[in-house]
Design a binder for this molecule. Sequence first.
Ligand code: GLU
Length: 590
Amino acid sequence: MCGIFGYVGDRTDAPKIVFEGLKTLEYRGYDSWGIAVKVESQSGKLLVEKRVGKLPPTLNSQLSTLNSNTALGHTRWATHGGATEANAHPHTDCSGKISAVHNGIVENWEEIKKSLSKNHHFKSQTDTEVVVHMVEELNQKLPFEEAVRRAFLRLKGLNAFIFLKHDGEIVAVKSGSPMVVGLGKNEVLIASDSAGLLPFTDRAVFIKDGEMAVISKKNVRIINAQDGKNQKVQISQLSPQKDTSSKDDKFPHIMLSEIYDQPNVLRSLAEGNQAAKLANLVNKAFGIFFVACGSASYAALSGTYLFSRIAKKHVNFSIGSEFKYQEDYIHKGTLVVPVSQSGESVDVIEPVLKAKKKGAKIAALVNVEGSTLFRIADFNFLLGAWPERAVVATKSLTAMVAALIMTAYSLAGKGKESKKLINAAALDIERFLANSQIGKIKRLAKRLSRANGVYIIGRGLSYAAALEGALKLKEACYLHAEGFAGGELKHGVIALIEKGTPCIVIAPNDETYDEIISNAQEVKARGAYIIGIGPRNNQVFDDFVKTGDLAEATMISQIVVLQLLAYFIAVEKGIDPDKPRNLAKSVTVK
Ligand code: GLU
């Protein structure tokens, strides 16, 4: 899931450029980082600097003053080997003259390692380093470019590599993982996504799977990795996305500022007409599948309830990594709706590509314009919550739910009504962000920060909200939390309830209210401490956070309460909610 960034050109501060580029990619992984630089030296070796941990605010090592016009960098999310300096990228061959950065997993690294000569000296436990030594070995008999091509053809798995040789040759190659080349004036950049290229250029080449890019400051050649033949270079125009983030620096964390961005994101979604377009595609489809991972999967799950309840439409739902085992019956006419913030989640992209090959139409709900999913899809519903930089999803998630509410209402011929609802949700969030509810949520956060675990229950649409709330608590503040359908409690979970166990009850003013209150009674009878979230208080609640009563959009307000709770618990526990341990924002490995 790593971020990779390279530069070659007229400027002589390439290490700094690469460092700044890596910062734009840190959402892809932040357990360690490193930069390899072409330098004039007697040994002919590349200069490589690596560090464990997140990127510092500024580059304050020898690299900051080093003159070089070629550098390659990486920010890592470890798959093979711990987060150590030795395992950080770039990796080098035995001579120190060939380096590589890598995004992905080389599934057959052990087999490749065994096939290499016994003379190689390995310095890390990564799959990546094996490939660098393979290129070294092949480069003894073949030109560099050809050595990279032959090495690539031996790899199994989804991978993106950039190789840099001491003389400045850069060769990139990919299958699955994203990579884009930026064409500037007398300079070329290469990165895992286009956002970091925009300060330099708006002309880009998206490398396709199975293609190689041979890069110099004035020229980019694209080669078919299978046969080594030159391909036509297709140049795309990059357009900067509308930035919806608040520029207010009063917020101590990005997560909090993104929570506060939500009313604006919702209002701008309500202005658009993308829901009507998606509804049109849904109406024409024979079989509809929502596919998503993580938070987006809970938005998609809420979509199945919304489509059923409002539009009387059946929608299938699968989490991304499982969908590929279920898509044998996909056919021409099926509509697959992937839901993804980054548009780069490999667990979603892989089955969506498979569905597309089978003739399905793809309508993506996605936040990043130009992302892999965006480019695969036949239709894109842009969420307009860009950029979302905190690892924990907030504004993208509520935008997804709002988009699905509006689509369901459009299907039912009530598009205008849904716009009013989403605007009302925006106002409701604004209200409780501005008033005493915050104080109450902070007090609850203090109490919950001492808990060993939390249960969240909901029914129907609120079941999806309960799952999302539990994920927020796990990822933002390392609190073990489980979301359940209220009715499931007595089928086993209730055994876990003891005196004082916190149980959050998602209670909108809908057909689930009476039954979820009964479930709350059941756990209260066993000693649980009950926190209700919704428009209507109840004597069973020990604590209550009031939201507006907004039909299906109540879920949006309830989720925002859970986001705030997760945020304040993180602060209480001294955790950085913007970059929680072990995570990355965009999940590009399987
Ligand atoms: N497999 C490589 C490593 O562990 C790259 C990981 C990644 O792309 O996340 O270093």
